[in-house]
Design a protein around this ligand. Structure first.
Ligand SMILES: [Fe+2]
Length: 291
């Protein structure tokens, strides 16, 4: 399909940097072209967009209903002060958990479709977010391992994963951080959803590994066996050329396909403010539902 914007593929199996468009002003033809490119690269980076919160929501909505309109992912409170380890340990553990590879909302009944993520305040010295391509990981697996995991299913849990890291996340944290202008939304207190280890993409038909820090156990295996296999798969999957890290500039916008990528934020100096805005696109209640 002919497009009138520049596509610069990243030096990885995923991702492209898109220039020459304003994503808040796409006509139908341009959006359709962009949608196709998104399905191909899974991660699109749009430098210097400087979207308003409303424009970010409108752009995300073109990809489907939203799971969450606007989440402030930040160490800055509503009153402008910073979270500190002394006073806000629990919240900072939540932020810290995003440094591990994960996929959004896999611990809820419906796994998210994708996200639009925008940078407002970036600390001097920069900060990065990384993505890992689970389609390429599946394709590159040793055939014997691919056969071994076919048909396996795993439980996904937010709380169990935090417990394993030695942290409990209290039920009150959700309301507490909402008062600071940082809404969380449902960490899922229900039974952990069961999901296949190999996911078929509902739009492209491609197979990918469904992994990440919220996977807390393969159904038919002992805990040891399951941990060993999950570690082996993660170590293999999250390696170049299947990973890409973006160094943020204020005003950048990113769109990713949560159905076939993992992502992680990289640590930054918490004495410096960082403000990012996240809009989460809801998964299809049929294809992204738990088993
Ligand atoms: Fe995330």
């Amino acid at each position: 399909m002919a497009t009138s914007f520049d596509i610069e593929p990243a030096d990885a199996t995923l991702g492209a940097i898109i220039r020459g468009i304003k994503i808040n002003a796409l006509d139908k033809r341009m959006w359709e072209a962009l949608h196709e490119i998104w399905l191909e690269y899974a991660l699109l980076i749009f430098p210097a967009q400087h979207l308003t919160r409303g424009e970010q929501i409108d752009f995300a909505r073109r990809f489907g209903p939203l799971e969450a309109e606007m989440l402030k992912i930040s160490n800055v409170k509503a009153d402008g002060t910073l979270y500190t380890l002394q006073q806000d340990e629990e919240y900072l553990h939540l932020l810290e958990a995003t440094h591990e590879w994960h996929t959004d909302s896999s611990y809820k009944p419906i796994h998210a479709k994708g996200s639009v993520f925008c940078a407002e305040i970036i600390p001097p010295g920069g900060t990065q977010t990384g993505w890992a391509d689970m389609r390429a990981a599946y394709d590159a697996l040793d055939p014997a391992l691919r056969t071994r995991i076919e048909g396996l299913c795993a439980y996904h849990s937010f709380h169990q994963r935090h417990l394993k890291r030695g942290h409990t996340i209290s039920r009150e944290i959700d309301a507490k951080v909402r008062d600071d202008g940082l809404p969380l939304f449902g960490l899922n207190d229900g039974p952990p959803p069961l999901r296949p280890l190999v996911k078929i993409h509902p739009e492209t038909g491609r197979k990918s590994l469904l992994l990440g820090q919220h996977v807390c156990g393969i159904k038919t295996m002992t805990e040891d066996e399951s941990e060993r296999l999950l570690r082996e798969l993660m170590e293999f999957a999250c390696q170049p050329p299947r990973t890409y890290h973006h160094s943020w500039q204020p005003g950048d916008a990113v769109l990713w396909d949560n159905r076939c990528l993992l992502h992680r934020s990289r640590p930054w100096d918490l004495s410096l403010p960082r403000v990012m805005w996240h809009t989460r696109i809801a998964g299809d209640p049929v294809t992204e539902a738990a088993l």
